[in-house]
Ligand binder design. Structure first.
Ligand code: BGC
Length: 731
């Protein structure tokens, strides 16, 4: 008996069906058996209480949890059910505004994009394990982590929290990160399910995308992330998907997530994303409510129960899922207790590794970088490089170890749009590494002054920044006249490198005038040190873009940000929601499943920098491609480091499917000079398939496929052909 049929059946019959399914499942699943036993011992009100989360800082002081984070679900100590203490944690244990836990700090990882630019699943897992360990030591047992929304919209103000534009790359990395978090016997979410791909009007927009395209793109990222990471919970998104709110969408929550993917965890809502007592549609828990307001999964659910619109069996089904997740995730057997010591030095090393592996060298004319030992006068300009490195804003913001070097509130909503700099100044990090050079700093406020100083220098590094935050989308231009600053400095001294600290792609009208460009994203707790190590060549520039950098907005699928005309002009762009009386508006995706590089390939547009692109300080040669087909695709080739320095390459395998290019596998390889390695990779067959909506399965078509082994999406190094047999794969 399928649980998703429950809505169509009488409550009594359905409750028997669920109980029967539960009994057989219990034998194979001890967590399920324990959850069922505990449920039996709970009163109806106690069961219902698991379905309702609060924003802890709105609770009366005496009811607040010890660990103050974004959410809290009281436990039921009478039967040994622990409270859920939830913290945002995509980039470290968050503490936005530093107000949730005054004075408490945590290791601030670089942005999600920086992590994705490392293309390193093992590192993602270590980063997740590090965050999970800190969270545990602070008394949290649920992490609101695993942001895997695809970067369809390059202006999305939250792209910095996510993992780029490709479902295989993003899903794989999210899965490993979640696995790392949960290795601490705590729970993680994966979020925001699904298509919360822009912030403008995020609570009002309806993301419109047909099932096939959705399955092949954003859903696939979640599918892969859930397979690898087995998160305890899925957080449903604010927006509507094809005109139905994501948190009350039976297609997404019951049919796809539970029936097709066999997800056994529970679904929690995003904060304020519930609009009904939508329990039968698949939501289990409403998050972040205010006890003063009648909540959908609080008083309103009780009223719906009394009116017979919802049954006790519905409540039990959700309570059981939550209980099972607690037992399966180790929450009961390994209870958390806060106030434990944390080894911030060791964790800082993880943050530095993520930053270093994610820094992407976009341009390096005449080998300007690494900085020559002969450079005696080095000038740094702008970006507060004398105090620290920029972080993104919003619920994911971490109060970094050492406290913020600088924090400026921008825009309307103080705690969200907080431009924060972690105390890791590139200036001091470079000075420490270059004792024989004079490394000086100009704040860049006056381009003419900066240009005059640049004329006197052997080498100039301009730090250019673009702040982005949850709640607010961007445009692609650097703000505050920084383009003019770079142009003036580069005109004065062509030996100019630009280090970008941005939330995603930006336009670079000055590109031809500068010699080198490094994308450092938001580089986190030890970012200044990581930048200095890459600039000086202590480590290779090893990152590769996880997102396409467009040459212009006109190239992108939606040159105009959708909803922006409803929201108003840029300065009043809403944080989160449109006015209450605002109608829903559609957000359409002309690219369909062809997000990012696949769109550029399809439209034959040449971006500024392609997905997968990034230079190294050494050179790699590819040779001897061998491809085998049949029902599975295997690709093998050799990579040699033919330069004079140790370095890292990300070899990417693309297949042409229905004429379009798709990443099907990759490998990050570190090689000493002169070394050669054979790389053998298997393709995920779903990346070679089309999703067959009628047949409810993936279908790899019989035929010949062109294979490319590439150093970037648009730079094949080796090409081959392979025949594949027809194959169906269940979703
Ligand atoms: C965000 C979620 C976050 C939640 C709790 C929401 O605004 O969309 O990502 O987990 O707040 O802070």
């Amino acid at each position: 008996m399928s649980k998703s049929l429950c809505g169509a059946l009488t409550a009594a019959f359905c409750s028997i069906a669920v109980a029967t399914t539960g009994a057989s499942a219990a034998q194979a699943d001890p967590a399920q058996a324990r959850a069922e036993q505990t449920l039996k011992e709970m009163t109806p009100a106690e069961r219902r209480s698991l379905l309702l989360g609060f924003s802890p800082f709105i609770l009366p002081v005496r009811e607040r949890p010890a660990a103050m984070g974004a959410g809290y679900v009281p436990g039921v100590p009478r039967v040994g059910v622990p409270a859920l203490s939830e913290s945002d944690a995509s980039l470290g244990v968050a503490n936005f505004g530093g107000v949730l836990r005054v004075g408490d700090v945590a290791t601030a990882l670089p942005s999600g994009e920086a992590l994705a630019a490392g293309w390193d699943p093992g590192m993602a897992e270590r980063a997740g394990a590090m965050i999970g360990a800190e969270a545990r030591s602070k008394g949290f047992n649920v992490l609101l982590a695993g942001g895997v929304n695809l970067a369809r919209e390059p202006r999305n103000g939250r792209n910095f929290e996510y993992l780029g534009e490709d479902p295989l790359l993003a899903g794989t990395l999210a899965g490993h990160m979640i696995r790392g978090v949960q290795s601490n016997n705590i729970l993680s979410t994966i979020k925001h399910y699904v298509l919360n791909d822009q912030e403008t009007g995020r609570t009002e927009l309806s993301a419109e995308l047909g099932e096939q395209a959705l399955r092949e793109s954003d859903l696939l990222a979640f599918e892969i992330g859930i397979e690898i990471g087995r998160p305890a919970s899925v957080m449903c998104a604010y927006n509507q998907v094809n005109s139905v709110y994501a948190c009350e969408n039976p297609f997404l929550l019951n049919d796809v997530l539970r029936k097709d993917w066999g997800f056994k965890g529970f679904v929690m809502s995003d904060w304020g994303a519930v609009h009904s007592t939508s329990i039968r549609q698949g939501l289990d828990q409403e998050s972040g409510t205010n006890p003063k307001d009648p909540a959908w999964f609080g008083g309103k659910l009780e009223a719906a129960l009394n009116a017979g619109l919802v049954s006790q069996a519905d409540v039990d089904r959700s309570a059981l899922r939550i209980l099972r997740a607690m037992y399966a995730g180790g929450l009961v057997d390994h209870p958390v207790s806060g106030g434990q010591p944390i080894d911030y030095d060791a964790h800082g090393a993880v943050a530095r590794e993520v930053a270093e592996k994610g820094i992407v060298l976009l341009k390096n004319d005449d080998d300007l970088l690494p900085m020559a030992a002969t450079a005696k006068r080095i000038l740094l300009v702008g970006g507060h490089a004398d105090v620290g490195v920029l972080a993104g804003g919003g619920s994911s913001q971490v109060n970094p170890v050492g406290g913020p070097a600088l924090a400026v509130t921008v825009g309307g909503k103080a705690t969200f749009a907080r431009k924060l700099y972690a105390k890791s100044p590139p200036l001091q990090a470079l000075q420490a590494r270059l004792p024989n050079a004079i490394v000086s700093f100009d704040d860049g406020a006056d381009p003419q002054r900066a240009a005059a100083a640049a004329r006197q220098a052997d080498l100039v590094v301009v730090f250019a920044e673009q702040f982005s935050t949850e709640g607010l989308d961007l445009d692609l231009s650097l703000p505050d006249n920084q383009d003019a600053l770079i142009t003036a400095v580069a005109a004065a001294n062509p030996r100019t490198a630009v280090v970008l600290e941005t939330g995603g792609p930006v336009l670079m009208p000055w590109l031809s005038q500068v010699s080198a460009v490094l994308e450092a994203w938001y580089p986190g707790q030890r970012g200044g040190e990581a930048i200095a190590r890459v600039l000086t060549g202590e480590v290779d520039a090893a990152g590769r873009l996880p997102i396409t950098f467009p040459a212009s907005l006109e190239q992108t699928p939606n040159p105009r940000l959708q909803g922006v005309e409803i929201v108003g002009n840029k300065t009043d762009k809403q944080i989160e929601a449109l006015p209450d009386n605002q109608k829903h508006f559609p957000v359409r995706y002309p690219e369909g499943a062809d997000v990012g590089y696949r769109w550029y390939d399809r439209t034959k547009a040449r971006p500024l920098f392609a997905f997968g692109y990034g230079l190294s300080y050494t050179r790699f040669e590819y040779k001897d491609l061998r491809v085998t087909g049949g029902s599975d695709l295997q690709v093998s080739f050799q990579i040699s480091n033919v330069g004079s320095r140790a370095g890292a390459e990300v070899a990417q395998v693309y297949a042409r499917v229905n004429g379009g290019r798709r990443l099907v596998a990759w490998s990050r390889v570190e090689l000493n000079p002169g070394a050669t390695q054979r790389v053998t990779l298997s393709a995920d067959p779903r990346m070679l398939a089309a999703y067959d909506v009628k047949g409810r399965s993936w279908r790899v078509a019989q035929g010949a496929y062109a294979i490319e082994v590439s150093t970037a999406a648009d730079q094949p190094m080796l090409t081959g052909k392979v025949s594949l047999t027809m194959r169906r794969i269940k979703p």
